[in-house]
Design a binder for this molecule. Sequence first.
Ligand code: FES
Ligand SMILES: [Fe+2]
Length: 444
Amino acid sequence: MADFLDPWVDDRPADGVFRVHSRIYTDPGLFEREQRCVFGRTWVFLGLESQLPGPRRWLSTRIGSVRVLVTRDGEGRLHAHLNACRHKGAMLARRETGEARQLVCPYHGWVYDLAGKCTSVKDERTGNYAAGFGDDHDLVALPRFATYKGLMFGSLSAEVPPLETVLGDIRPLLDLALEQGPDGMEFVPGRIVFRYRANWKLQLENGTDFYHLTSTHAAFMDVMNQRRQGAGNQEARQFDWHKRLQQRAGTFHFEHGHAAVWMDQAEAEKRPIYPAIDEIRRRVGDVRADWMLKVRGISLFPNLQIADGASLTLRTFHPLAVDLTEVRYYCLAPVGEAEALRAWRLRQFEDFFNVSGLATPDDVVIYEDCQQGFATSPGWLQGTARGHGLLREGGNEAAEELGVRPLATVIGDFRVQNETTLHPAYREWRRLMGAAEEREADHA
Ligand code: FES
Ligand SMILES: [Fe+2]
């Protein structure tokens, strides 16, 4: 097992060095510590409020390996509990979502209402329970639960700063995704879910990695080329990536491990929100409407990403083992979107993100290859260095225009395709993994 005191993140700003060690993807001891210190000690995305569209709905999800149940009670109030029966821990809600007046444990039949209250211990009167059994059999509430504009977050620790503080200055970028519709946003029914045999941080990294597009997704680019010449499915109105590669692009680094990438708009008329852009301009103003048309990617540490490029996608990923990760992709869309625009959006989403699509399978194969590589040739990796020479402390003209105050920025030609987006995430990872109280616990 790795010694956590080892500097798995080599961060020396004065020397222009930032790199991570391959061991962070392979060591079971570090993985176990991540569950406790990273996923156990920060806010983690749980789902969209609109996934629970009325009273007595429930949604099962995870924080790391811990199963979580989000519910709306009979009055429509939201609650978040551990998805584990108080009797012997059996999972209460086994499917992803549902609607029920009550939840009955499949093991011994204890019953809970949708506020998490235990309403029946099966055959309690004949059970001869002693006084020590007590009267608290309710589900265990998450220590912290909060929402931001329809996004729901929970924390397994009560010792976290308020959600708004942790989201901090990435909020205006989240708003660009969450305010595209006048009546809010929803997931298009259905989702992509799959598991890959590699570490969760490969997905964390790839979510803001523009560098791999022209190589990993060469087949996708090829198909797009053929479509431009009139062949194949024209309905998706896919983008001309060669036009995009000429654009100005940049990166924002934020506190608490978050980062965002952006690229100036090209072919705005191919965005499904374009026909509604006048309404959007009236509602959010010209600057923010223009930013909604740019290509953007947000990485919210530790495991939420929103990408608005090939389609508007929300992605979350759950670490199940050091080399096993579950990923979920959702297509995010304005509530009440016109049917033709929704179809257009879906064609773009399917093309790129579906498990049967032209891009996602290539990413997944590569993650598994990397995991093999880490095991056979461990050492310091060189995947966080690109664009480092352009990194500047504080904001820049793009940040000013949007009204955000990043810790650091990169701006340049899109072809820089910088990798510095990973610096905030790995600094936050290192900070949480090395927390003082954990060191004391380890040495106790
Ligand atoms: S584990 Fe739920 S009733 Fe026994
Ligand atoms: Fe990719």
